[in-house]
Design a binder for this molecule. Structure first.
Ligand SMILES: NC(=O)C1=CN([C@@H]2O[C@H](COP(=O)(O)OP(=O)(O)OC[C@H]3O[C@@H](n4cnc5c(N)ncnc54)[C@H](O)[C@@H]3O)[C@@H](O)[C@H]2O)C=CC1
Ligand SMILES: O=C(OP(=O)(O)O)[C@H](O)COP(=O)(O)O
Length: 338
């Protein structure tokens, strides 16, 4: 069975670790932390993962905290077939040197630039491109959300161009030092934001331009999308296509799901690990075709939508499964994805 190392055990890394542990065709070698905090302790004591340290000089801090470590990140990657790098954006380039030296394949996250790997990944739009590759990058949470719905719509409507206004959460729920707490911040203040160009790294044929702002919420991102289409399709056709696509949920505001807060409550109702909502919810009421234009609104649970994509990226890069639909179905089943 192929083995996976997780470098960086924060918001994304701990979720990828649990998702890998839920698969029957891959196993975890270990996870890494730089600080002996509660996540490090739970990784070892509750989850039973072997813990490796990202900064060897900090070994004594882990010893003082009574947290057992199995070695350094360099030791960890010697044992694995692939490393999923979940360190904060921009640490990637220095890690790539280490991965190259160890001769290990690597999967990065959306905080890194596409240029780092020259290859980016979304399961439904370009799984095959990363098949057998040495390095790839799972695109960011927002880019993943845009790609899932635009890819689906393009298949039936032939998109001429897409424009989106992205309302981004100010920080993740545990990030007490980030904001804003009382402001709306154009972010970036320049247009386009990185999301449009980023979609093109996994779905080259679509013309997508985006602008983004930050708001004082931690729960989810929200997208407002306008699409010019070439084909003559009706609103119902779009609804049907989105309903059929896995990892996308057409939800009804009228059923009490009219906000990101209620969507997060819905994830709790579903009994999800960490209350995660891996699917992209699209509000049924917002889907509207007017002549050659389609409008819709969706949300993105930033902490979790990329997790199943990482599992599929592991299957692609390690050549565990050549059929993207089979990989997607297997991942979905193991994680209870609708
Ligand atoms: N949080 C989010 O909403 C999303 C984040 N991403 C991307 O995922 C990546 C990781 O982000 P998060 O999980 O949010 O970050 P995080 O800050 O929650 O976790 C990063 C982890 O890496 C560890 N770390 C820091 N420096 C390290 C080093 N030099 N070597 C090894 N480990 C180190 C930290 O201790 C921490 O455990 C970034 O590229 C980010 O842009 C992608 C989608 C959504
Ligand atoms: O990938 C994300 O957002 P993005 O697609 O807007 O860059 C994640 O929500 C992380 O964003 P952050 O860079 O604000 O931590």
């Amino acid at each position: 069975m192929k083995s996976v190392a997780i470098n960086g055990y924060g918001t994304i890394g701990k979720r990828v670790a649990d998702a890998v542990a839920a698969q029957d065709d891959m196993k975890i070698i270990g996870v890494s932390k730089t600080r002996p905090n509660y996540e490090a302790r739970t990784a070892v004591e509750e989850k039973g993962y072997d813990l490796y340290i990202g900064i060897p000089e900090k070994e004594q801090l882990f010893k003082d905290a009574g947290i057992e470590i199995a070695g350094t990140v360099e030791n960890m990657i010697q044992e694995a077939d692939v490393v999923v790098d979940c360190t904060p954006g921009s640490i990637g380039p220095q890690n790539l040197e280490m991965y190259k030296k160890a001769g290990i394949k690597a999967i990065y996250q959306g905080g890194e630039d596409h240029e780092l790997t020259g290859l980016s990944f979304n399961a439904i739009s370009n799984y095959d491109d990363s098949y057998g590759a040495d390095y790839t990058r799972v695109v960011s949470c927002n880019t993943t959300g845009l790609t899932r719905t635009l890819y689906t719509i393009d298949k039936i409507a032939d998109i001429k161009k897409a424009r989106a206004v992205m309302v981004r959460r100010g920080s993740d729920p545990s990030e007490v030092k980030k904001g804003p707490i009382n402001s709306i911040v154009p972010n970036p203040p320049t247009v386009p934001s990185h999301h449009g160009p980023d979609v093109k790294t996994v779905m080259n044929r679509i013309d997508v331009t985006t602008m983004a702002l930050l708001v004082p919420t931690t729960l989810m991102h929200q997208h407002n999308i306008m699409v010019e289409i070439n084909n003559n399709v009706e609103t119902e056709d779009i609804v049907e296509a989105l309903e059929k696509r896995s990892r996308v949920l057409v939800i009804d505001a009228s059923e009490g799901l009219g906000s990101t807060a209620e969507l997060m409550e819905y994830a709790k109702e579903l009994g999800r690990n960490r209350n995660d909502l891996y699917e992209i919810p699209v509000w049924r009421e917002s889907i509207n075709v007017v002549e050659n234009e389609l409008f819709y609104m969706q949300a993105v649970h930033q902490e979790s939508d990329v997790i199943p994509e990482n599992i599929d990226a592991i299957r692609a890069i390690l050549e565990i499964e050549s059929d993207k639909e089979k990989s997607i179905a297997k991942t979905n089943k193991s994680m209870g994805i609708l």
